[in-house]
Design a binder for this molecule. Structure first.
Ligand code: GLU
Length: 488
C-alpha cells in the first residue's frame, strides 16, 4: 500500500503556526514511508474566501520546504496542478460532491431539508432555553414524497442532510486510541447546501477517498467530526483511512494559541527573520520529541524518527524563548551561502553595502543575531560610526594618554600594512597581537580603545573583525578621528 497523507487548508490568507505543524507531520509521515504528501485547497466556504490566499499559501509552504508531491503548485507565479487525482481545489469539484449527495438521497442515507434559516434559528434558541442539545428535529424527514415533490416543483431551496442511524460509532485514533460516540449525540449533518456547495464534511470524505488518502493527520479540533465522517464512509461504502489527531498548541498561559497573545502566522515569523529551518525544527517538537533532551534536528532526522504513536496527547506550549534560542543556533550554524540568501533582504538597503561587505558583516555579526531582522540595526555601525564620548575610548585600567599612544601605534601599523593584510581576519589578529606581546602590554590597554575607535560602542564585534569588515582606509579614518577626539 502506498501511504498518502494530505494537508487541506482553507485559504484564509495566512498559514497558522498550528497548520504548519499539521502540514509538517503529514509530510514527515509520508516521507518516512516513501509515500505521497498531497495538498488540497478547501475553499467551499465562500464567505471566508480571500483573493490571492492560495498563491501565498503555496509560497509559504515552498519557503519552509514543504513541497507537495500532488496538488496545486505555482509555476512561474501561475497556479497549476500536479498529480492524477485533481482537480485539487474543492470549488472545482462541485459536481463530484453533488453526485455523491444525490446517491445518498437515493439510497435513503440522506434526506432533503427545506427548513428556513429562521426556523432553524428558532429551533436552536428554544432548545438552548430548554437546556437541550441543539440538533435538527428532523421535521423534513417526516415529509411524504408528494409534499417533497410539491416543494421541488415550487423550486423551494433545500439542503441535503445525512440521516444519522441509531446505535454508536467507534473509531481508532492512532494517538488517542479507541473512541466511541453515541449516534444520538450526532446531528443530521448538512452535506450539501442550498447553493449546491458541499459542507466540509461531505467534501473532505469524498476527496480523501477519491484521492487515495490513507492517513488523516490533523488538529484535535477536528476529532469531534470524525464520527460523522465514519458514518459517511460507511454509507458511501468507502474503506476507512487511519485517523490521528494532534494535540492543541497552547499559549504559555495554557489557553489555545491565538492572535491575541502574539503572532500565529508563519509569514510573520519569516518576515521577522526567523529561518525556515528553525521554524520547522521548532514546530516539529510541538508535540513530538525524537529523543531525550536533544533539540536540534535536520528534516532528514525528523523524517527518520517520526512516529505517530509517540506524538503527545496533551497540548504543547508555544515557547517563544525556545524559538529564539533555536533561531540563534541556526543562524550560527547554517551554511554561509544559504544564510546569505536568507539574510540579504534584511540588510538596510540605504546603507548600500557591497555583497562582499555583507558577507563579512554576516560572518561577524551572526553570533549576535536572534533573528535576521536584528541585522538592520546592528549593521549601521559599518556604514557610519555613531557619535560617542571620548571617555569611552579609555579602558578601565588605563588613561587617555595610554589610549592615545596605542591608537597612534596601531594607525601606523595599519598604514604600513598592504591591502592583502585586510583580507584575512586571522592575519589581522596575528599582527595586532604581536604588537601586544612583544611590548608586554595588556590586551585591554590596546584592544579596548581600538575597538571603541572602530565601533563607537561599548559593546560590539571585536577589533580584528571590525578591521576586517571596515577595510584599510575606513579603519584608519576612524582611528584618526578617535585620536582627534583625545587631543582636541
Ligand atoms: N479545511 C480544513 C482546515 O481548514 C481541513 C480539516 C481536515 O484536515 O480535515 O483545517
Amino acid at each position: 500500500m502506498i501511504i498518502k497523507t494530505r494537508f487541506p487548508p482553507s485559504p484564509t490568507g495566512y498559514l497558522h503556526i498550528g497548520s504548519l505543524r499539521t502540514a509538517l507531520y503529514n509530510y514527515l509521515f509520508a516521507k518516512k514511508y516513501g509515500g505521497i504528501f498531497l495538498l488540497r485547497i478547501e475553499d467551499t466556504d465562500r464567505e471566508r474566501y480571500v483573493e490571492g490566499a492560495v498563491e501565498s499559501l503555496i509560497q509559504t509552504l515552498d519557503r519552509v520546504g514543504l513541497i507537495c508531491d500532488e496538488g496545486p503548485v505555482l509555476v512561474n507565479g501561475v497556479l497549476s496542478e500536479k498529480g492524477d487525482y485533481g482537480p485539487y481545489t474543492q470549488s472545482n469539484r462541485l459536481d463530484t460532491y453533488q453526485k455523491y449527495a444525490h446517491q445518498l438521497l437515493e439510497q435513503g442515507s440522506a434526506y432533503r431539508c427545506f427548513c428556513s434559516k429562521e426556523r432553524l434559528e428558532k429551533l436552536r434558541s428554544d432548545q438552548q432555553l430548554a437546556k437541550l442539545p441543539t440538533k435538527y428535529d428532523r421535521a423534513c424527514l417526516r415529509l411524504d414524497s408528494t409534499e417533497v415533490q410539491h416543494r421541488l416543483n415550487n423550486n423551494e431551496p433545500f439542503v441535503i442532510r445525512l440521516l444519522i442511524p441509531e446505535g454508536e460509532t467507534t473509531f481508532k485514533d492512532e494517538i488517542r486510541g479507541m473512541i466511541t460516540i453515541q449516534n444520538s449525540e450526532i446531528d443530521d449533518q448538512i452535506l450539501l447546501k442550498t447553493d449546491g456547495f458541499p459542507t466540509y464534511h461531505l467534501a473532505v470524505v469524498v476527496d480523501d477517498h477519491l484521492m487515495g488518502v490513507t492517513h488523516i493527520i490533523r488538529g484535535e479540533e477536528w476529532i469531534s467530526s470524525v464520527p460523522k465522517h465514519v458514518l459517511l464512509y460507511h454509507v458511501l461504502n468507502f474503506p476507512l483511512p487511519s485517523f490521528a489527531h494532534l494535540p492543541l498548541i497552547l499559549n504559555p498561559d495554557k489557553s489555545k494559541l491565538s492572535k491575541r497573545q502574539g503572532d500565529v502566522a508563519v509569514e510573520d515569523y519569516l518576515k521577522k527573520g526567523y529561518l525556515p529551518e528553525a521554524l520547522i525544527n521548532f514546530v516539529a517538537l510541538l508535540g513530538f520529541n525524537p529523543s531525550g533532551d536533544r533539540e536540534i534536528y535536520t528534516v532528514k532526522e525528523l523524517i527518520e524518527s517520526f512516529d505517530l504513536t509517540r506524538v503527545n496527547k496533551s497540548g504543547a506550549v508555544f515557547d517563544i524563548t525556545k524559538l529564539n534560542w533555536m533561531n540563534k543556533q541556526y543562524i550560527r550554524s547554517l551554511e554561509p551561502k544559504r544564510l546569505m540568501d536568507l539574510a540579504e533582504p534584511f540588510f538596510n538597503e540605504e546603507l548600500d553595502f557591497s555583497f562582499e561587505q555583507k558577507e563579512r558583516i554576516l560572518a561577524v555579526e551572526k553570533e549576535r543575531l536572534t533573528t535576521l531582522q536584528d541585522l538592520s540595526q546592528q549593521t549601521s555601525v559599518y556604514s557610519a560610526i555613531p557619535l560617542f564620548e571620548k571617555n569611552l575610548l579609555v579602558w578601565k585600567k588605563a588613561d587617555e594618554q595610554d589610549a592615545l599612544h596605542h591608537l597612534k601605534n596601531i594607525e601606523q601599523i595599519l598604514q604600513d600594512a598592504d591591502e592583502k593584510f585586510f583580507m584575512d581576519q586571522l592575519l589581522i589578529e596575528e599582527i595586532l597581537k604581536k604588537y601586544i606581546e612583544i611590548n608586554h602590554y595588556q590586551n585591554g590597554n590596546v584592544l579596548w580603545p581600538l575597538r571603541v575607535a572602530l565601533s563607537g560602542q561599548a559593546q560590539s564585534a571585536g577589533p580584528f573583525e571590525l578591521v576586517w569588515v571596515l577595510g584599510k582606509s575606513e579603519s584608519i579614518k576612524r582611528i584618526q578621528q578617535a585620536i582627534q577626539k583625545i587631543i582636541s
